[in-house]
Design a protein around this ligand. Structure first.
Ligand SMILES: [Zn+2]
Length: 302
């Protein structure tokens, strides 16, 4: 059975870097987690896919690349987070949007994302200061917006093809992405060739839908491609009840007491995967104790 994966390659004597991914399964998982309607699914799926590809440059499995997009369209904020181990998760403000562009017959991602806002990339490499790059959105179609981000923020002329194909049953039929980048020192000839390939290539989701593997798509476009690396990528949130209990200990004492007295417990839903965790009165009380212990320790340290 075919699985999601990411392939990294180079061509033209190392002056072109190509990264391609099949993300059909992980976008389908996102759809099921969040109950995504087709256009919301295409928007979030595109962001998840590009983020998964971007995170592949990180060697540390705990390093993260976070993408936040808000173009003040109906979609609201879209967030994707991917780590160096190939885990990807994310969410979209409004999961229930379904618009088709009448002129193209395609899902109207640009309409729901909007263009009155920014694309923010934060790379947390475990160093003191995370790297942050920001660009204004161009079309809200995601692929164009990332191409602009790479050109402006990372100074890498790039072709970004990303797509999610939704089947007649509303499930994800095919999803994938490809980033082609001209590395510093690339020749005029390399620019011309990449431009010609970008013009001639089909949408990436079409190749994935035809059953082509990422390495096959790369070889189809670049006959001189040299495959460097293959990685597994998957939908994985990694949240847990313990994680949220720890987070609860960080909210104010007054709020915790109010939760205990008024609600006698708490319910928290993970934004990233929509899993709901239920906390009993006793568990909230343990968070309150933890909170007080931390406060006392801090007082002592002062
Ligand atoms: Zn979660």
């Amino acid at each position: 059975m075919m699985k999601d994966k990411l392939v990294i390659a180079e061509a033209m004597n190392g002056s072109v870097r190509i990264r391609a991914a099949r993300t059909t399964d992980l976008v389908e998982e996102a759809r099921k987690c969040h109950g995504l309607f087709p256009t919301s699914c295409a928007a979030l799926g595109r962001v998840l896919t590009v983020d998964a590809i971007m995170a592949s440059e990180m060697k540390d499995p705990d390093a993260r690349t976070v993408v936040t997009i808000n173009g003040h369209g109906e979609a609201g904020t879209i967030v994707a987070q991917a780590d160096g181990a190939g885990n990807v998760r994310g969410f979209i403000g409004n999961p229930q949007l379904y618009y088709v562009n009448e002129a193209t017959g395609k899902l109207d991602v640009g309409r729901i994302v909007g263009t009155e806002g920014t694309l923010v990339v934060t790379k947390d490499l475990g160093l003191k200061e995370p790297f942050t790059g920001v660009v204004n959105l161009r079309s809200g179609e995601i692929g164009d917006d990332f191409a602009y981000y790479f050109a402006i923020s990372e100074q890498l002329p790039s072709v970004v093809s990303v797509g999610v194909l939704i089947g007649t049953d509303a499930a994800v039929q095919a999803a994938g992405g490809m980033i082609i980048q001209l590395l510093p020192g690339a020749s005029e000839e390399a620019f011309d060739r990449v431009e010609a390939i970008a013009k001639a290539m089909k949408p990436i989701s079409t190749y994935i839908d035809e059953g082509k593997l990422p390495e096959e798509i790369i070889r189809l476009l670049f006959e001189d491609a040299n495959i460097l690396e293959e990685r597994d990528i998957r939908w994985h949130c990694g949240c847990s009840k313990e994680h949220f209990l720890d987070a609860m200990a960080l909210i104010s004492e007054a709020d915790l007491i109010r939760i205990l007295e008024e609600d006698h417990g708490a319910e928290i839903t993970c934004q990233y995967c929509s899993t709901t965790y239920t906390f009993s009165e006793e568990e909230v009380r343990s968070a309150l104790e933890k909170h007080r212990n931390v406060e006392n320790r801090e007082r002592f340290n002062r």
